[in-house]
Write a protein that binds this ligand. Structure first.
Ligand code: UDP
Ligand code: MG
Length: 317
């Protein structure tokens, strides 16, 4: 029988875990033709998440878990899950039931019968989300798709089901600065997109503050586009041309009308502006350099402190 591993990243989810497990039991009953395993990844939770996972593991051997030494972020949790999943099919799903488990049997059927390698999901609406957050997200997707060759699908969730060959391809991309939405697109393969309405969290609170989302979007932009670097050169070139024009104008004006001592305020403004643009451009270069620096250190993406299987793939990812 084929095996399906469902990766579930969890960070402080002690309330949602039991609800999730109950729902998944119903789904696993429906999916008799495949051997389903739940692989919970505890992303350094500070509440009782790990002990709930341990209880579930004792109760039901289909529940496995990995536990990080600290909070490494959802991207790291997904990577750890993919690395330790041994199913022929691998799914990634949030624990808060915002990724409807009812879709899983349908996704499995699509992979089995329609010859796709991967079924991905996206939200058709953003209801229930604060207006400002929706606006910022929409703008981010518009911007990144303009400057990046890899298409980042608006509203795409991390909820997806993949065949083994795609999982192996994703694992080949072992970069430290991870942006899954880009990575899954970058590796290619035949993808079918399913849409569903946004649902509220089953319990607990979202871990994504606006600040975290902003850093995440920068991760996406810098991970999948070098356009900001060329932006610096373009602005530089524009300012050079402008300054030559201005020098020409000043020489002509002085020759024709003499040299009255005025215009210093405008001079100060220009100095400030050019200084600002220079700093901005240096900053952009610095951001890329910082990412390269972290990448060259080859630090592990996550560190395990505990897991249900002692023979899981080594200590580090
Ligand atoms: N999550 C994680 N590490 C983190 C933050 C979140 O593993 O540092 C998990 C979280 O437990 C949940 C999923 O990622 O299963 C999605 O998080 P959340 O529901 O807070 O995000 P949202 O659905 O609001 O985008
Ligand atoms: Mg959620």
């Amino acid at each position: 029988m084929k095996k399906l591993t469902v990766i579930v990243p969890c960070y402080n989810e002690q309330e949602t875990l039991p609800i999730y497990y109950k729902e998944m039991c119903k789904i696993m009953l429906q999916m008799q033709d495949v051997d389903t395993e739940l692989l919970f990844v505890d992303d350094g939770s500070t509440d009782g998440t790990l002990s709930v996972m341990k209880d579930l593991h004792t109760l039901d051997e289909r529940c496995q878990y990995l536990s990080f030494s600290r909070n490494f972020g959802k991207e790291a949790a997904i990577y750890a899950g993919l690395k330790n999943a041994d199913g022929d099919y691998v799914a990634i799903m949030d624990v808060d039931l915002q990724d409807p488990p009812e879709l899983l049997p349908k996704m499995y059927q699509i992979l089995e019968k329609e010859g796709y390698d991967n079924v991905a999901t996206k939200r058709s609406t953003r209801t229930g989300e604060p207006k400002i957050r929706s606006f910022l997200s929409e703008s981010f997707y518009k911007f990144i798709n303009r400057i990046s060759k890899t298409e980042i699908v608006n509203g795409a969730r991390d909820y997806r089901l993949m065949k083994r060959k795609m999982v192996d391809a994703v694992l080949e991309m072992s970069e430290y600065n991870r942006f899954s939405k880009g990575i899954f697109e970058w590796v290619g393969f035949r993808t079918k997109w399913l849409e569903y309405e946004n649902v509220e969290r089953s319990a607990g609170e979202t871990k994504w503050s606006l600040r975290k989302l902003f850093t995440y979007s920068l991760e996406g932009i810098m991970g999948f586009s070098v356009a900001p670097l060329s932006l610096a050169s373009i602005i530089g070139l524009l300012f050079c041309v402008l300054s030559f024009l201005m020098i020409f104008v000043i020489i002509v004006r002085t020759a024709v009308w003499g040299d009255p001592v005025d215009g210093w305020p405008s001079l100060v403004c220009i100095t400030f502006m050019v200084g600002g643009v220079q700093l901005l451009c240096t900053g952009i270069v610095g951001q890329y350099l910082a990412k390269t620096y972290l990448e060259t250190k080859h630090r592990p993406i996550y560190i395990l402190k505990d897991s249900s299987e002692e023979s899981c793939n080594g200590e580090k990812g």
